[in-house]
Design a protein around this ligand. Structure first.
Ligand SMILES: Cc1cc2nc3c(=O)[nH]c(=O)nc-3n(C[C@H](O)[C@H](O)[C@H](O)COP(=O)(O)OP(=O)(O)OC[C@H]3O[C@@H](n4cnc5c(N)ncnc54)[C@H](O)[C@@H]3O)c2cc1C
Length: 312
């Protein structure tokens, strides 16, 4: 219940222009500013520096240029151009070639065909350079269209792409069977968006139970599965299940968010598991940041300490 209330509350705050202006002013301006715990920086060069630091710790990474819900085609095209710049910068830098992106950032709310075109442009530059591109999953309003676009691209021969499924949604177990049948690469998450009960489980215990069922299916029937969670109990279950069903440690990966459970990331790497860190960066960091607070209200005290410290 508290989880839902927190998600709702932070979703509401995420819409506040005043808060956004305040956060933008204080959140990233210094290396120790509070938002930097979860966001690698505002520029691609800062993200690349963060990526290098992760690689030194033997972690894998995926870079996410923050931005979502653009409202016109110019913004969507600008985001696409920015992604192309990111591709070039990553190639130059020599860090791992792996991106995550959102369809609302590429204009899906404005015009579906243009969003697909934008995604194609990114893939045409990224795939030949050896990138893997994950299409993040947004709220349930986009699930069907995201999977449909993924399947269309797949049928056109794009293979360096992957999707995300959220255990919170009732439909996801069927979607997992559909994606496994395609041999698609799935990242499994619990789901970061507040969803209505018509489409999603409302109790954390149900979301967790669905996650466990889906994780087991994904580990045994999936293709390069990504188990994206910071939940230590779930991670333990995954390790045990993989061991019992003879899934090799390098046949799947754990994924975690930048700045969250760094201890667990290191522990898993030391045990020989593959761990990928999702590295968000860019000027449009506020909605992403608010979702992280909504998942764990304890983060708020960390942020408040940061703001108070900054203003001194
Ligand atoms: C790599 C990656 C990619 C993701 N991509 C998507 C996506 O495309 N679409 C989508 O809807 N969601 C995505 N998510 C978010 C996901 O849906 C969850 O909202 C988020 O991971 C929190 O759930 P959890 O599984 O970590 O476990 P929870 O059960 O929420 O938390 C378990 C424990 O993890 C730690 N923890 C969790 N969240 C935080 C936090 N914010 N700050 C500090 N500690 C925390 C705490 O110790 C907590 O007790 C992604 C998550 C990851 C790791």
């Amino acid at each position: 219940m508290l989880d839902r209330a927190a998600k709702t509350f932070f979703q509401l705050l995420a819409g506040s222009g005043t808060l956004k202006a305040l956060a933008s002013r204080y959140g990233m301006r210094r290396p120790e500013s509070f938002a930097r715990r979860f966001i690698a920086g505002e520029t691609v060069q800062e993200a690349i520096e963060a990526a290098r630091a992760l690689e030194t710790r033997r972690l894998k990474l995926t870079l996410d240029l923050l931005g979502e819900s653009v409202t016109n085609l110019e913004e969507a095209e600008a985001a696409t151009r920015e992604y192309l710049t990111v591709v070039d910068a990553v190639v130059q830098s020599g860090v791992e070639r792996n991106l995550s992106l959102k369809l609302t950032q590429l204009g899906i709310d404005v015009d579906k065909a243009s969003a697909i075109d934008n995604l194609r442009k990114i893939l045409e530059r990224a795939e030949p350079a050896g990138f893997f591109v994950r299409i993040d999953m947004e709220s349930s309003a986009y699930t069907a269209v995201t999977l449909e676009i993924f399947e269309t691209l797949w049928s056109h021969g794009h293979r360096q792409i992957g999707v995300v499924l959220q255990s919170a949604l009732h439909r996801s177990e069927a979607d997992l069977a559909r994606m496994n049948a395609l041999s698609a690469r799935v990242r499994l998450v619990k789901g970061a968006y507040k969803e209505p009960k018509a489409v999603a489980y409302q109790h954390k215990s149900d979301v967790d139970a669905a996650y466990e069922r889906m994780m087991k299916t994904l580990l045994t029937n999936g293709h390069s599965p990504a188990i994206a969670t910071h939940d230590p109990a779930m991670i333990d279950t995954a390790r045990r299940w993989a061991h019992e069903t003879h899934v090799a440690r390098d046949a799947f990966e754990f994924q975690m968010l930048y700045g969250i459970r760094r201890d667990l990331q290191t522990m898993l790497v030391n045990e020989g598991y593959r761990v990928r860190v999702y590295v968000p960066f860019g000027r449009e960091w506020f909605p992403y940041f608010m979702r992280r607070l909504g998942e764990r209200p304890a983060n708020v005290s960390f942020v408040i300490r940061g703001i108070v410290g900054e203003q001194r």
